[in-house]
Design a protein around this ligand. Structure first.
Ligand code: 13P
Length: 233
């Protein structure tokens, strides 16, 4: 649901999501970052090098589309991964928020270089589709945006090889929900594999679920066409 928010509301929402990410154990030390697009070519971002449990609205940094600081308290600098965030906005006009975290199950898939591309669970199929692993890139460098760019046109959720996860959405709540769905699905997949393997669904059932996205008001990019086994349920 699209809610009109002013800048103070957005800063409060960023801080709320930062605390949730920390409480959920998705970030340690200064891990993770969030950005939100404002209406006038400007962006808000979490500052670099700060625990997500400590961030308060006054610490949020305002930048322009080049990543230059427009407003910042106490000399705080934007997230070191801001180039990755800005590339998401450049490539995807429909995106209003970007979230990066290291949720342990999803990051485990990233470390194992294993895509989450089995169609096994209804909510994950409806909400995010398949989730690829973007190639390894050195954090904070332009290698990171270059590594993720080829995936951005078809995916709202990505794994970053040997690093973590990236989600995006029209607004911050949507980007955050996608990270929740990704992490829960990664945990469920791990459990299924411990139990002997995940049971992939039939093309017919996958297509039905993809058709329900409109009914649920789900926007964005999330393919429903990757591999599926012959004769599965
Ligand atoms: P920042 O503190 O610069 O946002 O970096 C955290 C991080 O997770 C790097 O990938």
């Amino acid at each position: 649901m699209k809610i009109n928010m002013n800048e103070i509301d957005i800063k409060n929402q960023i801080c709320d999501i930062c605390r949730k990410m920390w409480q959920l154990g998705w970030v340690a030390a200064n891990d993770g970052n969030i950005s939100v697009k404002l209406g006038d070519g400007l962006f808000l971002t979490t500052p670099t090098g700060m625990s997500k449990s400590f961030i308060t609205p006054d610490k949020i940094v305002k930048i322009n589309a080049k990543g230059e600081v427009v407003e910042s308290a106490d000399g705080l600098k934007p997230s070191s991964e801001i180039k990755m965030h800005l590339r998401c906005y450049e490539e995807r006009g429909d995106i209003g928020a970007v979230l990066h975290a290291h949720p342990p199950a999803a990051a485990g898939y990233a470390v194992a270089n294993r895509a989450l591309d089995e169609y096994t669970m209804v909510e994950a199929i409806i909400a995010i589709g398949s989730v690829p692993v973007a190639p390894y890139a050195t954090p904070s460098t332009s290698e990171v945006p270059d590594a993720v760019a080829p995936y951005l046109h078809e995916h709202d959720a990505l794994l970053l090889r040997n690093h973590g996860a990236l989600t995006m959405g029209a607004d911050l709540i949507t980007a955050y929900y996608r990270m929740e769905t990704l992490e829960l699905w990664a945990k469920i997949s791990l459990n299924a594999h411990l139990l002997g393997g995940a049971d992939e669904m039939s093309r017919e059932n996958i297509d039905k679920l993809c058709g329900m996205r409109e009914f649920y008001g789900i926007t964005g990019r999330h393919p429903g066409y990757k591999k599926y086994p012959e004769g599965s349920s």
